[in-house]
Every structure is written in structure tokens, then in C-alpha cells.
Design a protein around this ligand. Structure first.
Ligand SMILES: Cc1ncc(COP(=O)(O)O)c(C=O)c1O
Length: 364
């Protein structure tokens, strides 16, 4: 937390607006929309809620298909199933670890030939880096399939100068406790379409029709953000740029301190944009390094240092075993050999030194 969060939170508490709406929510939405340069924003209870309502806006329904990055956290795909639709997974490309534009194009072509296009594409900006939107958007436009950008991990990143979350027709963000800025739990949905954002606000507030009593002509959700948490979010937005600097500095440090080790690689940083440095991820080639990713992870764990394998791709998850996948070997390979290192913005230099020394000591 920075300094403003406490003040804003107390201001919210003292105002007695302790509800999932209020002036802090309104202000957070306005300030967030300005920060990312999107026309409209609605603050929600989670990134997952934002994905759910983004898909609902695009009329995803029973038995529809939605193309989703396979290399991601489960929430990106779970939301598709909430609407009775089926995710179809697209593998990552080695160059960015994000959705492979060529595989997306292939899948869209195959869907068109089958006469059944997907209702939407959900593209994830992984570990703080935007996907390669030039060819991805070109493919989506060619087949007229709308794109939702899952920017849960990438607030503060850019693609050719455009902020993460503004490349598709709808962008979603997460303020979960592990994200670059947090409200403990929370999310945001943005779009240039004011009518869409208004509709999401309506659904997220239990779909209350305008009436003095409770009148409902649609099914709603209880997905609004608390006024208290929005106050925290406003303070966090003020330190976002600093958080990006701190996280990128972690990455530069790890690259300099571990880059000479044979068999250790880093997530490639694409030249088309700036990443936000959210997590520093390495790959380990056991034959060149001398031991595998798991040995490193377990050694770090024995020293009370938390690290984690890269996301297990969705096409390898038991719950999605019946879903179609295009490609699959790139993300599967990254899952086998990849590790997320401690990357918090409050890491001390002693802590970073310890991580590095512990990894270096594993080299056989
Ligand atoms: C890529 C991605 N999408 C969606 C989510 C879901 O966000 P939330 O935890 O706020 O529901 C997360 C992380 O939590 C994520 O990493």
C-alpha cells in the first residue's frame, strides 16, 4: 500500500458509504477510465466477474464456442462455462508466451469452414505483457469475431503505445491481492461503448429495473465493488507507475544476476510494447543447468522462498479435458520448465540476493 490508500479508506468509512456503490466507486471508475484512456469503466467485485459480464454482453450463450488463450489462469476459461458455452483453446507462441496469432487464424478459418464461428475471442496478456495484437486483431476483424482482452495481469503495460485492456472491444482487469495494484479483491471492465458499460453496471447491481420497489425483468448478479475497496483502488492507482518501475527493476536485477547461468532463460520481452514487470519468469533447461525446475522450486521452498511453476495450460487441465485445442506443445513445454520467481514490489535487495544465491547454489 502507498500512503493515500489509508486516508481514502478512512474517508470512505467516515462518510458511512459502506456499500457496494458510492462516491469512491464513481471516482475510481472515472480515474481508472482516464488512466487507461478508455471511454467508460465499471468497478466490479473481481476480474472473473468482469469476464463473465463481458461474455454476456457479447451474447455468449448455451453451446456457443469462445476461443481462449490456453496459457492462462483458469478464470479466463471458467467464465465461458458460466454461460453454458465451451472454451476452445489456442496455444501460446514462443516469442511472447501469449496467444499465437497464426494458430488463432487457423482456428478461425476452420470454424468458418465448418460454418460455425466462435461468439468471441478472449486474449490474455500474460505475466504483464500484451499479446501481439496486430495480427490477432486482423484475424478477428477478418472473421468479424469480437475480442475481449483479459488484462488482469497487465495493467500498466502497452501495445504500440496503447494501454493494455484497450485493444479489444472490452477489456477486463483484476485487483486481486497478487496483482500489480490491488483492492484485496476486485475487478474493472472498460469499453468505448458507454451503453455496454451501463448494461454491465445494471446486471452487476442485481439487474434492478427503475422502480421504487424491486422490479426485475432480467437475471442479475451481485458483482459491484465495495465503496471501501474502491477507496483503496484510487490510492493504488496513484502508485501504479511506481509499482511498474519496482517490478521491472526486479526483472532487470534477476536478468543481470542469473543471465550468465547456462540453461536459464527469461520470458521474452516483445519489442512492440512495454510490459509492467508483474512477474519475473524463468525457464530451466535441466541438461544445461544441472537440475530441473522442480528441484529449484523445492530448494527455494525449503528456504521459505515462494516460487511457482508457470500456469498449467488449460488444455491440460482435467476439467477442460473434453475441450478442443489448437497447438498445445508450446505452453505444455513452458509449464514443464518454467518458474515464477518472487517478484513483489516490496522485495528488499537482501531478499532478491537470497533468491539468486539459492538458485546459483543449485547449479551442478
Ligand atoms: C489472466 C487472469 N484472468 C483473470 C483473473 C481473475 O481475476 P480475479 O482473481 O480478480 O477474479 C486472473 C487472476 O486472478 C488472471 O490472472
Amino acid at each position: 500500500m502507498g500512503v493515500a490508500e489509508r486516508e481514502l479508506l478512512l474517508e470512505a468509512l467516515d462518510s458511512n458509504w459502506v456499500a457496494p456503490l458510492g462516491p469512491q466507486v464513481d471516482a475510481f471508475e472515472r480515474e481508472f477510465a482516464t488512466w487507461v484512456g478508455s471511454g467508460h469503466a465499471v468497478a466490479l467485485s473481481s476480474g472473473t466477474a468482469a469476464l463473465h459480464l463481458a461474455l454476456r454482453l457479447l451474447q455468449v450463450g448455451e453451446d456457443d464456442e469462445v476461443l481462449v488463450s490456453s496459457f492462462t489462469f483458469a478464470a479466463s476459461a471458467n467464465a465461458v462455462t458460466y454461460l453454458g458455452a465451451r472454451p476452445v483453446f489456442i496455444d501460446a507462441e514462443s516469442a511472447t508466451w501469449n496467444m499465437d496469432p497464426a494458430l488463432l487464424e487457423e482456428e478461425l478459418k476452420a470454424c468458418a469452414e465448418r460454418g460455425r464461428l466462435p461468439r468471441a475471442v478472449v486474449v490474455v496478456d500474460l505475466y504483464g505483457q500484451c499479446a501481439n495484437y496486430g495480427p490477432i486483431l486482423a484475424a478477428c476483424q477478418r472473421y468479424e469475431v469480437p475480442l475481449i482482452e483479459d488484462a488482469a495481469e497487465s495493467l500498466g503495460a502497452t501495445y504500440r503505445g496503447k494501454p493494455a485492456g484497450t485493444l479489444g472491444v472490452i477489456g477486463v482487469y483484476s485487483f486481486n491481492g497478487n496483482k500489480i495494484i490491488t483492492t484485496s479483491g476486485g475487478g474493472m471492465l472498460v469499453s468505448q461503448r458507454g451503453d455496454w458499460v451501463e448494461k454491465v453496471r445494471f446486471w452487476a447491481t442485481q439487474a434492478r429495473d427503475p422502480a421504487p420497489h424491486y422490479e426485475h425483468s432480467e437475471i442479475g448478479n451481485n458483482y459491484r465493488m465495495s465503496n471501501l475497496l474502491a477507496a483503496v483502488g484510487r490510492g493504488q492507482l496513484q502508485v501504479l507507475e511506481e509499482r511498474v518501475r519496482q517490478r521491472r527493476a526486479n526483472n532487470v536485477f534477476y536478468r543481470e544476476a542469473l543471465g550468465d547461468l547456462p540453461g536459464i532463460g527469461f520470458m521474452p520481452v516483445a519489442s512492440y510494447g512495454d510490459w509492467n514487470g508483474w512477474l519475473t519468469c524463468i525457464t530451466v533447461d535441466p541438461t544445461r543447468f544441472g537440475c530441473d525446475r522442480e528441484a529449484i522450486r523445492r530448494h527455494l521452498e525449503s528456504l521459505n522462498i515462494e516460487s511457482r511453476p508457470l500456469w498449467k495450460p488449460m488444455h491440460l487441465q482435467p476439467v477442460f479435458r473434453d475441450c478442443r485445442v489448437r497447438g498445445g506443445s508450446v505452453s505444455a513445454g513452458l509449464f514443464e520448465c518454467g518458474l515464477c520467481l518472487p517478484s513483489g514490489s516490496s522485495l528488499t535487495s537482501e531478499e532478491r540476493d537470497l533468491v539468486v544465491a539459492s538458485i546459483r547454489s543449485m547449479r551442478k
